[in-house]
Design a protein. Structure first.
Length: 317
């Protein structure tokens, strides 16, 4: 039986005492700050990147970027393009680090967020040994957000989350369990693994994937998807049925204007008409399992800069 560490909220509230209320300054061009929070004896790390002209009189939007499986937060900071977008759009960007566990017969170590499967007692990921303590990643995120709100000047109504692969799956979990601290969610190439739990608050979600993702090839006779809305919807139906049910959105969609590089589809008819959230999905052509950016192109010059699409989404809310 696996054990989950539940971080008491007294630890989170105690951060207010530990964190200096003095506003952080950018000095000598240093706008990156690496932080560690000791929670229940476990060190949790994250990077905060400020706009170079950061001003303590301004309340900034915040984007939190969750790296993928077997990756480090350094990769998201270096290659995804959010720190560059933070400079041009005046946004604080945050890059948390997951914990490492061992898996399979060889006890292979890898970093991974708990997207709902790590703490599943059925052990679908072949955690080995099964007795490893699983950190409460949602509690860590809550503590981190509390820290950021106290240390930096932020707009508390403009916190957004994006993640890739396993980090994208974790962002889906946050869409269910942390809608009180984030206003929108943008998972890329990560699927939904939390069922039977109603969201704390209903928020917009924008999912992104490539036509040549491994989960596409594995379930499409080894072939990429055509850039055709009907084909994409039919392929994704079993997946987004679960997502739409969790978000309480009717399966009535609109296909937005198409182009050669992507197909965008949106569902915005809520079961409860008083709700205003929606679900949006984009599939990119000629794109494999990657967080698409000009810095992370894997040699594909046509690979879209995903942060442009996602920031337009966040900024429109």
């Amino acid at each position: 039986m696996k054990r989950i560490v539940i971080i008491p909220f007294t630890a989170i509230l105690g951060l207010v005492v530990l964190i200096s209320c003095k506003c952080q300054q950018v000095v000598a061009g240093v706008d990156r700050f690496d932080h560690t929070l000791a929670i229940n004896g476990v060190d949790r790390e994250f990077i905060v990147d400020l706009p170079m002209n950061y001003d303590c009189a301004i309340d900034y939007p915040v984007v939190v970027a969750f790296h993928g499986k077997e990756q480090l937060n350094e990769r998201a900071w270096d290659l995804w393009g959010w720190k560059e977008k933070g400079e041009t759009e005046q946004v604080i960007t945050v890059y948390p680090q997951s914990m490492s566990y061992t898996f399979g017969p060889g006890e292979t170590p890898m970093t991974r967020w708990d997207d709902g499967r790590l703490s599943d007692t059925a052990n679908p990921l072949d955690l080995n040994p099964i007795t490893q303590t699983i950190a409460d990643d949602v509690a860590f995120v809550r503590a981190m957000i509390t820290f950021v709100k106290v240390r930096y000047t932020t707009n508390h109504n403009k916190f957004y989350a994006s993640g890739f692969s396993n980090g994208g799956g974790f962002v889906w979990r946050l869409a269910i369990e942390a809608g009180d601290i984030f206003q929108a969610f943008a998972p890329s190439s990560g699927l939904f693994h939390v069922t039977g739990v109603p969201p704390i608050a209903y928020r917009p979600v924008y999912f992104s994937a490539g036509d040549s993702e491994q989960f596409v090839l594995d379930n499409n006779d080894g072939l990429p998807l055509n850039m055709d809305a009907a084909e994409i919807i039919a392929f994704m139906q079993p997946i987004h049925d679960v997502e739409l049910d969790a978000m309480q959105i009717q399966d009535n969609y609109t296909v937005l204007p198409e182009n050669a590089d992507n197909v965008i589809i949106q569902w915005n008819q809520n079961i409860d008409p008083s709700q205003t959230h929606f679900y949006k999905m984009v599939f990119w052509s000629d794109t494999e399992h990657v967080y698409p950016s000009a810095l992370n192109s894997n040699g594909n010059p046509r690979l879209h800069h995903l942060v442009d699409e996602y920031w337009e989404f966040f900024d429109s809310l």
